[in-house]
Design a protein around this ligand. Structure first.
Ligand SMILES: NC(=O)c1ccc[n+]([C@@H]2O[C@H](COP(=O)([O-])OP(=O)(O)OC[C@H]3O[C@@H](n4cnc5c(N)ncnc54)[C@H](OP(=O)(O)O)[C@@H]3O)[C@@H](O)[C@H]2O)c1
Length: 298
């Protein structure tokens, strides 16, 4: 039997950090490497990590994730989000390693009025989104045993995210202007880790997976405004907030940003359910966990 080693990139990031800890808690032999230990833009760095840790599968959450920054830092965004996954795919194929690559709901332009399915054609509208989509293409073109997992509106206990920001704004401000014309599916990092752990169990048991492209996100789909409303409700309910700020719905144009965001990036997750039995979870549970963490550090 082959060794059940897992290598995780971007292990100091929001997803990479929790994923490494989660998989080890589940009993997997998972090694998480931060950018200084494994730089996905550097072929030799990847080769060295493969030789050292002998993974059977690599999970790649490493990315350039500054959506607005990518509009000016274009070369760096493409080096990390397109060339990085390409390097990984080429070396995974050479060394007979499988790959789970993490991608994003932002590959869609948001013009659809219903959730996006894997069969919908991407049409990314900013440099971050385009570089991530080109990363997906690079993986598909360079290897066979890959699974691309698109996730959306991610928040976890570790690192910066919208839930933590919204709770802190709500604590310090009486009025908050919140965008109400963007729809998406928030996803709690721990739920992503659970889905990946499930995939890995299957992979090690069957020594393969039904490779391909899958969507995975939380339930329910909401506008940014309703997401914030629920975050505030939970903050009040669990004693993090003493009073609710007034939430004022505003259009996206109220906050001009260098990169446009898709108006609808909700995703249909029926394929991952039908293929693997992995079901979507309620993100509200994650908001409660974040509140517990913030209460502890108060
Ligand atoms: N956050 C979201 O809302 C969201 C939504 C949809 C999809 N996603 C996708 O989910 C994945 C994980 O996102 P996240 O929220 O965990 O992002 P994150 O917190 O920004 O983590 C990304 C990690 O990648 C590392 N990294 C950057 N360049 C690298 C390189 N050349 N080699 C190795 N590591 C490198 C970063 O290291 P440094 O800290 O040293 O820069 C950081 O630790 C990404 O693929 C992202 O596109 C995220």
């Amino acid at each position: 039997m082959k060794p059940e080693n897992i290598l995780i990139t971007g292990a100091s990031g929001q997803v990479g950090y929790e994923l490494t800890a989660y998989l080890n808690r589940c009993g997997f032999n998972a090694v998480g490497l931060s950018r200084s230990q494994l730089d996905i833009t550097d072929f030799d760095s990847i080769k060295h990590a493969i030789k050292t840790y002998k993974p059977q599968i690599i999970i790649n959450p490493a990315a350039y994730t500054n959506v607005d920054g990518a509009e000016t830092d274009i070369d760096m965004a493409y080096r990390i989000n397109r060339d990085g996954p390409e390097n990984l795919a080429v070396l995974c194929k050479t060394h007979n390693v499988s790959l789970i690559h993490i991608s994003t709901d932002y590959v869609f332009d948001g013009s659809k009025t219903t959730p996006y399915h894997e069969s919908d054609e991407p049409n990314p509208i900013g440099e971050y989104a385009k570089s991530k989509y080109e990363g997906e293409i690079a993986v598909k073109e360079n290897m066979n045993d890959y699974l691309i997992l698109r996730i959306s509106w991610v928040f976890g206990k570790y690192g910066k995210n919208y839930v933590k920001s919204a709770l802190n704004w709500a604590k310090t401000k009486d009025k908050l202007n919140i965008v109400d014309d963007q729809i998406g599916s928030p996803t709690y990092v721990s739920h992503i880790c659970g889905a990946i752990a499930f995939l890995l169990k299957k992979y090690f048991k069957e020594e393969t997976l039904k490779w391909g492209l899958y969507h995975y996100c939380g339930l329910p789909t909401v506008t940014r405004y309703n997401f914030t409303k629920i975050i505030v409700e939970e903050g009040l309910k669990w004693g993090f907030l003493e009073k609710a700020p007034e939430l004022i719905p505003v259009p996206s144009t109220f906050f001009p940003t260098p990169a446009k965001r898709p108006q609808n990036s909700s995703m249909d997750c029926s394929l991952i359910w039908e293929t693997f039995g992995i079901y979507q979870k309620e993100w509200r549970e994650g908001v409660r966990h974040i509140i517990d963490v913030l209460k502890e550090v108060k």
